[in-house]
Design a protein around this ligand. Structure first.
Ligand code: C2E
Ligand code: MG
Ligand code: MG
Ligand code: MG
Length: 273
């Protein structure tokens, strides 16, 4: 069909596709060149609403590509589709565990579907989780476990025996968040920021309140993600939410800057990317 359209003025469309394809090929070869050496890890604090103190951090990968710092949204999907995510994930995990001992805070690392199912992942985590050391948290999403829930359950049970905690990320956005919760060993619920964004409206507030109740009655820690305004923080506090993460209380930033922020009492904590 497309061949027939050649020379009929549809070329701009073809050109667009061609450019997209070239960009994709370039992206993949740049990833091969840069992973793992040009990956950086930024950390965003999870803060206690009672006193504003950071209680843990989340590791978030960035790619230093030709001098530009790229957020995961621009490339992580391609890494996931092509399997390069396994090398990305291993690099982040190693870096995060090394930085955790400097930060002296638990570090949460996001784990993708491919990584979770990759051979040797449990051994890698077990080798990095220091017994009695700074706790490691693995963040999984429903999408990451849906293909093989039973396999994910076994793996998470195994690393949990090594002292690793498990967080259910983006909770409430999937098709079966509740189903996942009943089938997987989970320690932390992270309320997706799409709900937090609407916490000052009646519906949003009811949703957040329900997830908080659910989490606390199951004995889980509940973190509200994506808190951007004082108003949201106030409502969350009034609902009894004790842990928040968001641009308001601290942006993702390099480990050195976070250490400096903690040292000067959090005055610079809101800066970052
Ligand atoms: P996530 O795990 O849900 O991480 C939270 C994302 O929300 C981060 O985006 C963070 O910068 C952003 N965020 C935090 N507070 C706020 C806020 O107040 N407002 C808004 N609008 N956004 C906020 P980031 O760093 O771009 O990461 C996006 C996603 O990429 C992550 O979502 C996670 O799913 C994935 N990701 C990041 N690092 C890794 C990694 O090392 N491995 C894997 N597999 N995935 C990762
Ligand atoms: Mg996460
Ligand atoms: Mg999330
Ligand atoms: Mg997310």
């Amino acid at each position: 069909q497309r061949a027939k359209e050649r020379g009929t003025g549809v070329e701009t469309f073809g050109e667009g596709l061609r450019r997209e394809l070239l960009e994709r090929v370039q992206l993949e070869s740049d990833l091969d060149r840069d992973v793992p050496d040009r990956l950086e890890v930024h950390y965003q604090p999870v803060v206690r609403t009672a006193d504003g103190r950071p209680v843990s951090v989340e590791a978030l990968v960035r790619w230093r590509r030709d001098g530009e710092l790229l957020l995961p949204g621009a490339w992580l999907e391609v890494a996931e589709q092509t399997g390069r995510i396994v090398a990305v994930g291993e690099a982040v995990l190693r870096r995060a565990c090394a930085d955790a001992s400097r930060l002296r805070l638990p570090v949460a690392v996001n784990v993708s579907a491919r990584q979770l199912a990759s051979p040797g992942f449990a051994e890698l985590v077990e080798s990095l989780a220091v017994p009695g050391g700074v706790p490691l948290v693995l963040e999984v999403t429903e999408t990451a476990v849906i293909a093989d829930v039973e396999g994910a359950r076994r793996l998470l049970e195994r690393v949990r025996a090594a002292g690793v905690r498990v967080a259910m990320d983006d909770f409430g956005t999937g098709w079966s968040s509740l189903g996942m919760l009943s089938r997987l060993p989970v320690d932390v619920l992270k309320i997706d920021r799409s709900f937090v964004a609407r916490v000052d409206e009646p519906d949003g507030r009811a949703l957040v309140e329900t997830v908080l109740l659910l989490g606390t009655s199951l004995g889980l820690d509940v973190v509200a993600e994506g808190v951007e305004t004082e108003e949201q923080l106030e409502v969350l506090r009034s609902l009894g939410c004790s842990l928040v993460q968001g641009f308001l209380t601290g942006r993702p930033q390099p480990v050195e800057r976070l250490l400096a922020a903690v040292a000067d009492g959090g005055a610079t904590a809101a800066r970052g990317d």
